[in-house]
Write a protein that binds this ligand. Structure first.
Ligand code: GDP
Length: 202
């Protein structure tokens, strides 16, 4: 898929440090440890494109990855945007508010935002922090793909129930899809890839 061509483009600590919006952006958001970096790495078929929240440093930043146009290597079709994970217990309140600022302003205001990939641990379901994020998004008509991560940890019947539960809890989002996902067992990768590619290059 074209996602395999993703290349690190830029990091920013604040929204005003991002390059001006050009191509469509698909952002990845989720609680720390939900499996965001594993998902980004498997979807791009790269071992260390994104860094786990267990690795300090770059994870507090917004990281942008460009998808080159296969027909014109100097042009970019769009971007995958890795937003900072949230809900990490050991983080000071001031830093948490800073993240909420960055996340909230990106999700509310970024004009080039074409789609949101929301990572949710399938055993944990929608948390209060996920809910807050969804509330920032809800006024916009941006489509959301919920990836219910670590699906390999649940038997099939419980996966189906978890998907139905997430769809119910996020029903106020106009355009929502939820799929079981596993980076390790390669569940849901084709479906997620098709959706993301369609947002970047409709
Ligand atoms: P992030 O903090 O959201 O970027 O999460 P990571 O991708 O670093 O994953 C957090 C932990 O969950 C790591 O220990 C991963 O090995 C584990 N993990 C991630 N994806 C999967 C998965 O699909 N299945 C299982 N069983 N574990 C996973």
């Amino acid at each position: 898929s074209i996602l395999h061509r993703a290349r690190f483009t830029t990091s920013a600590a604040r929204l005003d440090q991002l390059p001006p919006p050009t191509g469509p952006e698909v952002c990845f958001v989720g609680r720390s440890n939900a499996g965001k970096s594993s998902a980004l790495n498997v979807l791009t078929n790269q071992r260390r494109l994104a860094f786990s929240s267990k690795t300090p440093g770059r994870t507090r930043l917004i990281n942008m990855f460009g998808i080159p146009d296969p027909l014109d290597p100097d042009a970019v079709l769009g971007y995958l945007v890795d937003l900072p994970g949230y809900g990490y217990a050991s983080v000071a309140q001031s830093a948490r508010e800073e993240w909420a600022d960055v996340l909230g302003s990106y999700l509310r205001d970024r004009p080039s935002l074409a789609g949101v990939v929301l990572l949710i641990d399938i055993r944990r379901g929608v948390t209060a922090l996920d809910r807050r994020l969804v509330d920032w998004l809800a006024p916009r008509k941006i489509p959301v793909l919920a990836l219910l991560t670590k699906a390999d940890k649940l038997p099939y019947g419980q996966r189906v129930r978890a998907i139905a539960e997430v769809k119910k809890e996020l029903a106020d989002l106009g355009r929502l899809n939820a799929v079981a996902f596993s980076a390790t067992q390669r569940i849901g990768i084709d479906e997620a890839t098709a959706q993301i590619v369609n947002w970047i290059s409709p």
